[in-house]
Design a protein around this ligand. Structure first.
Ligand code: ATP
Length: 393
């Protein structure tokens, strides 16, 4: 008979009286995290394994136990189960603590075939916030230096009809001269993304949240989002809240991005501003991401599946490696698992070192290394290295 033990941690009761419990599987008395690995298509087959390699090194070095489970998605999902988002994969993901998802090559999928779709994982798993760090490195060409921002974009509401509508359409055209589009904003949706922003700000030295909206024009929709951010700020007296209107924010982000720490905004504004942020620090190759829900998170880089360079072992694995780093950091915080936090810090420090050494960088970062050589260098730096925390003290 197999006995599985769980550790249940009561984390907090929110002001709307929702109690959050975290459940972690235990082996003996040691917590075990379950992480899914979805390779995706094209360069996903190359960059995801590098992220896993680095995460395994960091987990081993930190004494963190992880069970890894590869699950089919995209073309491989179709090959095995006749669908790019197989039901077996979705069901298995619901049992995971988090997963890595490589980019999907949906551009090459057959049209008008319901079995060939861009897998709607965010919607299906209710991953409501997209977290995107925007960080500059001294020796990587960028518009600005000393930038270290974390963006949180609400991704289940707003103007995107694919996120807000389960039947019918979010846009309609009553006659050929008029089109009407809707925007959905809810108190609960605004509150949960804002809470995540305040929680993240608490872990950072500047402890500052900027709420970006346009309340003077969109009085009800942006107004509701802004109000919820203000209410939550009262629960986090140690974190400073400032509010910036979206147009002014777009300008400040280009002119003086160093002034921002954690930025939280609604879906459409976030879609635009996170790309602008990536541009400020060096582009797509340096844009990691984590989509989070109440109990599950997905590491996903901003870049696509880049079929033009697939199979050549030249893709930059940075974004996927740092997306994995974010997953460990999030699990450390959500599951009260200091070993996961430590593993995240080790990866962060190792990536800093490999970039500063500039000996094992891929071509898009000005180097000559292959995808695997850069991944190997980061994994080796993890195994040799110290955490950023230790280096700073
Ligand atoms: P999608 O529509 O799937 O989001 P996209 O059309 O925006 O994709 P990408 O697949 O992201 O485009 O590729 C855009 C360009 O950036 C391509 O020339 C590609 O080779 C390059 N690129 C993307 N990701 C990487 C990477 N990890 N390393 C190096 N180059 C990359």
């Amino acid at each position: 008979m197999q006995i599985t033990l769980f550790r249940v941690t009561r984390r907090h009761v929110t002001h709307d009286h929702v109690t959050h419990y975290h459940v972690t599987r235990l082996k003996g008395s040691v917590a075990v995290l379950r992480i899914g690995v979805l390779l995706g298509d094209d360069i996903g087959l190359e960059v995801v394994p590098e992220a896993v390699k680095v995460m395994k090194a960091a987990a081993a070095k930190s004494g963190l136990q992880v069970e890894w489970k590869e699950l089919p998605i995209g073309k491989r999902g179709h090959e095995l189960h006749g669908h790019t988002m197989p039901q077996v994969t979705v069901e298995a993901l619901e049992e995971m603590d988090g997963f890595l998802c490589g980019p999907i090559g949906h551009g090459a999928y057959p049209r008008n075939d319901p079995t060939w779709i861009m897998p709607p994982l965010r919607k299906r798993l209710d991953l409501y916030a997209s977290i995107k760090p925007v960080k500059s490195y001294p020796n990587i060409p960028s518009v600005h230096k000393n930038v270290d921002i974390v963006f949180l974009r609400e991704v289940t509401e707003g103007m995107q009809s694919s996120d807000t509508v389960v039947a019918g359409a979010g846009e309609f055209r009553p006659n050929d001269e008029i089109t009407i589009a809707q925007r959905v904003i809810t108190r609960a949706g605004s509150r949960r993304v804002a809470r995540e922003a305040f929680e993240i700000a608490r872990t950072r030295p500047r402890r500052s949240v900027t709420s970006v909206h346009k309340e003077p024009v969109y009085r009800l929709a942006c107004g509701m989002f802004a109000e919820e951010c203000r209410k939550l700020a009262k629960e986090y007296p140690d974190v400073k809240l400032e509010e910036v209107l979206v147009d002014g924010f777009a300008m400040k982000l280009v002119m003086k991005p160093q002034q921002f720490d954690v930025v939280v905004t609604t879906n459409q504004f976030g879609d635009i501003l996170t790309d602008e942020g990536a541009g400020v620090v060096g582009g797509l190759g340096l844009a990691p991401g984590l989509c989070v829900g109440e109990r599950l998170a997905m590491s996903q880089a901003t870049h696509g599946s880049a079929p033009d360079i697939a199979g050549k072992n030249i893709a930059n694995p940075y974004a996927l490696i740092m997306s994995g780093q974010m997953l460990f950091e999030w699990l450390g915080r959500k599951r009260d698992e200091p070993k996961a936090t430590q593993a995240a810090r080790r990866i962060d420090a190792a990536v800093d070192r490999v970039i500063a050494d500039a000996k094992h960088l891929t071509a898009d970062l000005g180097g000559k290394a292959s995808t695997t050589e850069m991944g190997d260098a980061v994994a080796a730096a993890v195994l040799q290295g110290m955490t950023n925390e230790k280096r700073e003290s």
